[in-house]
Design a protein around this ligand. Sequence first.
Ligand code: IPM
Ligand code: MN
Length: 352
Amino acid sequence: MKTHKIAVIGGDGTGPEVVREALKVLDAAASKFNFKLETTPYDLGGERYLRTGEALPDSVVAELRQFPAILLGAIGHPEVKPGILEKGILLRLRFELEQYINLRPVKLYDERYCPLKGKGPADIDFVVVRENNEGLYTGSGGFVFKGTPNEIAVQESINTRRGVERCLRYAFEFTRKRNRARKLTLCGKTNVLTYAFDLWERAFHEIGQKDFPDIQRDYAHVDATTMWFVKNPEWFDVIVTDNMFGDIITDLGAMIQGGMGIAAGGNLNPQGTSMFEPIGGSAPKYTGKGVINPLAAICAGQMLLDFLGESAAALAIESAVIRAVREKLKDLAAGKMGYSTAQVGDLVVAAL
Ligand code: IPM
Ligand code: MN
């Protein structure tokens, strides 16, 4: 029997609660599809940081590298200044493990959960490929004359040909493999960011023309992209974009697919250790109440299995989630589901 070793970081707030349900579903899928999951928990997050002053020890990064995949709950603690845990844990892992793709599917499973009038599951089914190692996220920049009236703050967007190219190539391959409309949209801002998106646009067309002539290329400015998400989401198949724009548009994407309760993503290193997580945060106000929606974490688990090559099990989890949201849940929002966090996990296991 095949065994997959995965690392599990419950993290902060509701993270551990939703990860518990995801593991419940993954275990059920494992026994149904004849493989084994061996999980190793890691205690990382705000509590540990407050206790020890350490966000992420080097030795833990070295250990995490040994796993093909990590399941992450959430990072963010109300008593820790914003930025410390995000940069010290989440972004550090994305960077050091070279998870250069952030893959975020936007798929509506039931019309009831869509805030857009007249749109249904046939209209909302696309995937955002977000560059995950560069752009405005590298921490490049600094202050001059900090704290004085002449203060200058510089935050630089880093775009390397290598980083842009590997992201674009992944997106083209993904569009081909997905085999839907076979259309890849570059989301940028070529009319203002005339250096960064000039590089993106040139590389996009060069690579597309040479190696992916079967994939239709399209371009949309990021502001227009947010408009189309609301007006004509059915126009999109796969979208590729930089780190910051990807961050922003996928929150809107999450809302049109039913909210943070269902939106999942994967930080991918196709050759190394990938990390799967719900898109939403640690939701401190719901912590420990058993009301948070675990479906985003369950869907992250589904993506993890798919990444590990267990595609039949991944598909089965998706079908089970669809059944639960169509036939059982009242709402996808925390506290309004009509079921507790654990009961939603049980519903998915039963449907599986
Ligand atoms: C996300 C989050 C993170 C990001 C934060 C927590 C650093 O918003 O995963 O989208 O900006 O990437
Ligand atoms: Mn975000």
